[in-house]
Write a protein that binds this ligand. Structure first.
Ligand code: F6P
Length: 326
């Protein structure tokens, strides 16, 4: 005799991929199985929800993915889901599939979509995943630690060549509108300077800082340039050459390398804990909530609060990065 599942839930990944998403999908599927919950993997984010692209996921479907970057479910930045009609079609498809609830793994835009579904009566739990760490309400999102480690490894290598040639390297990092990745990697890489969207810095000020580092006897200079800082690393390098700051300059734009790679132990752990918690929450009747790392525990915060607030970087770390750069 077939045992009827207690519940059927969909799981999707949306927005920019983040290392650890697969570990999270695996945790959702296996926690579901342990609780007699059927899990449907929805492909291509919200677009796949609208188009009915889903299939049941069992224990073996998520075997061997814990250590893989990217997402086995694929992801999209869905424009059609912003519209009411897209959301309506998605709900219709969910009903057809017998989906009782949905778990959305993604960043800020994805959480807006989750909240829209929740407000229309869909049971939904969000899980924060974005290398930018720009999601309010959680200490950290899935993918941040791996991205930071990727930046750190790259800058460590760049410093070797920078100091051999007495050069200044401008290293451009991701982070959209947030300076989090740039500031934290500035600290862990010992950068001479960090340029972030939160602080306006002129080319003259940058030139002065780099020249002072040269005068103090440094044999290299690492300047982390956040993509939203208002400076492009390539243009800045030319300006520094023109201003003759002592060092010759070179540029490295890290780009999407920061989004790939095998997740760190920390990201695997956070992702697994959040996936587990999300299923637990749905079984307990939660909806409209996001899993959040607070202190040492994983808790829930209302998605409405998450999207109504902006996560600000603690600028004490920016000041600290400057002190440590002497
Ligand atoms: O949100 C993650 C992120 O990697 C940002 O840091 C970056 O600005 C953006 O996505 C890049 O998006 P795309 O992959 O669509 O080019």
């Amino acid at each position: 005799m077939d045992i009827q599942p207690a519940m059927t839930i969909g799981v999707l990944t949306s927005g920019g991929d983040a290392p650890g998403m697969n570990a999270c999908i695996r945790a959702v599927v296996r926690t579901g199985m342990a609780n007699n919950v059927r899990v449907l993997g929805v492909y291509n984010g919200y677009e796949g929800l609208i188009d009915g692209e889903y299939r049941p996921l069992g224990a073996r479907d998520v075997g061997g993915i814990l250590q893989r970057g990217g997402t086995i479910l694929q992801t999209r930045r869905s424009k059609c889901f912003i519209e009411k009609t897209g959301q309506r079609d998605a709900i219709r498809k969910m009903n057809e599939a017998g989906m009782d609830a949905l778990i959305v793994i993604g960043g800020d835009g994805s959480l807006h979509g989750a909240q829209a579904l929740h407000e229309q009566g869909v049971r939904v739990i969000g899980i924060p995943a974005s290398i930018d760490n720009d999601i309010w309400g959680t200490n950290i999102a899935i993918g941040v630690d791996t991205a930071m480690n990727t930046i750190m490894e790259a800058v460590d290598k760049l410093r070797d060549t920078a100091s051999s040639h007495s050069r200044a390297f401008l290293v451009e990092t991701m982070g959209r509108n947030s300076g989090y990745l740039a500031i934290m990697s500035g600290i862990v890489c010992g950068a001479e300077m960090v340029l972030v969207p939160e602080v306006q810095t002129t080319a003259d000020e940058i030139a002065e800082t780099v020249e002072n580092a040269y005068k103090r006897g440094k044999n290299h200079s690492i300047i982390i340039v956040a993509e939203g800082s208002g400076h492009r690393a390539t243009e800045l390098a030319k300006e520094l050459e023109d201003k003759d700051v002592g060092f010759r300059t070179r540029v490295t734009v890290l780009g999407h390398i920061q989004r790939g790679g095998s997740p760190t132990a920390y990201d695997r752990l956070v992702a697994s804990r959040m996936g587990f918690k999300a299923v637990e929450g749905l079984l307990q009747g939660q909806s409209g909530m996001m899993t959040a790392l607070k202190g040492r525990g994983v808790d829930f915060v209302p998605i409405a609060d998450v999207i109504a607030n902006e996560r600000k970087v603690n600028m004490e770390y920016f000041e600290m990065a400057k002190v440590l750069a002497r």
